[in-house]
Design a protein around this ligand. Structure first.
Ligand SMILES: Nc1ncnc2c1ncn2[C@@H]1O[C@H](COP(=O)(O)OP(=O)(O)OP(=O)(O)O)[C@@H](O)[C@H]1O
Ligand SMILES: C[C@H](N)[C@H](N)CCCCCC(=O)O
Ligand SMILES: [Mg+2]
Length: 238
């Protein structure tokens, strides 16, 4: 199934801009793309959610989100506080699988990091990835502190038998410090997976046409300017 699950080492690490970059690269290569935000928290009904933000930056994708809760919290907590139904992992998997019958690529963005809870039973994005048997892309921050959270995430994926497609640095500073420069090598070492790209800081603020033009190169060298599902371990539809 041509599904890629996009998680991060935490919240605010650049998952949404990375999802948009992957979508833009795939669109540029002529693929149809759907983006599924499993559960959106901290956004009002009249505000743009992450899936809408991906569409704004990347271009014509199908943007879907399964639920929206007002509190800027983990989805399970936000659902409980709002007295609303939570999103269960099987619902994420079913929605992604349906989108996969209609698109060449489906990108599923979680909320926060891998083990953030979606429901009272403790269901997570990792459970949805398991149900989908989909590879997982981990978005990491660039600087000091990222090695620990990246390795923890990679180990949890491994313990669950999930495939870690690789790591993308969500926001690469204009003047990278020593830790960031060392992390280019060390992130791959601790993740046991390739560094698939780095998005420049401020990428999300670029005009969409500039974002789309530049996105494939940010995912270099694996993409070499062209969308390559294999580099992301995506099993394309037969
Ligand atoms: N390369 C980048 N360019 C511009 N903004 C970035 C970049 N990387 C991260 N950001 C900023 O980080 C935030 C988005 O990060 P991300 O999508 O990972 O987390 P989130 O949306 O806050 O959390 P979640 O998706 O878990 O709800 C935004 O505030 C965005 O402006
Ligand atoms: C509100 C925020 N932007 C995300 N939607 C939710 C992040 C939940 C993180 C929970 C945690 O790990 O402590
Ligand atoms: Mg996001």
């Amino acid at each position: 199934m041509p599904v890629l699950v996009i998680t991060g080492t935490g919240t605010e690490v650049g998952k949404t801009v990375t999802t948009a970059a992957v979508a833009a690269a795939a669109l540029a290569a002529g693929r149809s793309v759907a983006v599924l935000k499993a559960a959106q928290t901290g956004v009002r009904a009249d505000e743009r959610g992450d899936a809408d933000e991906v569409a704004r930056l990347a271009g014509p994708v199908t943007a879907a989100e399964l639920a929206r809760y007002p509190d800027p919290l983990a989805p399970g907590t936000a659902a409980r506080r709002a007295g609303m139904a939570p999103v269960h992992p099987h619902e994420v998997a079913e929605a992604a699988a349906k989108l996969a019958t209609e698109h060449d690529l489906v990108l599923v963005e979680g909320a926060g990091g891998l083990l953030v809870r979606f429901d009272a039973a403790g269901g997570t994005l990792a459970d949805a990835a398991r149900l989908l048997n989909a590879p997982v892309l981990v978005v990491a921050s660039a600087g000091l502190g990222t090695l620990n959270t990246t390795e923890l995430t990679a180990r949890e994926l491994g313990a669950r038998g999930l495939e870690l497609a690789g790591v993308v640095i969500g926001s690469w500073p204009g003047a990278p410090d020593l830790a960031s420069r060392c992390n280019v090598a060390d992130l791959q070492e601790v993740a046991g997976a390739p560094l698939l790209g780095a998005l420049p800081a401020g990428a999300g603020a670029l005009p969409p046409t500039d974002f789309r033009a530049a996105a494939p190169a940010w995912l270099a060298p694996r993409l070499e300017g062209t969308w390559d599902a294999e580099a992301f371990r995506i099993r394309e539809a037969p």
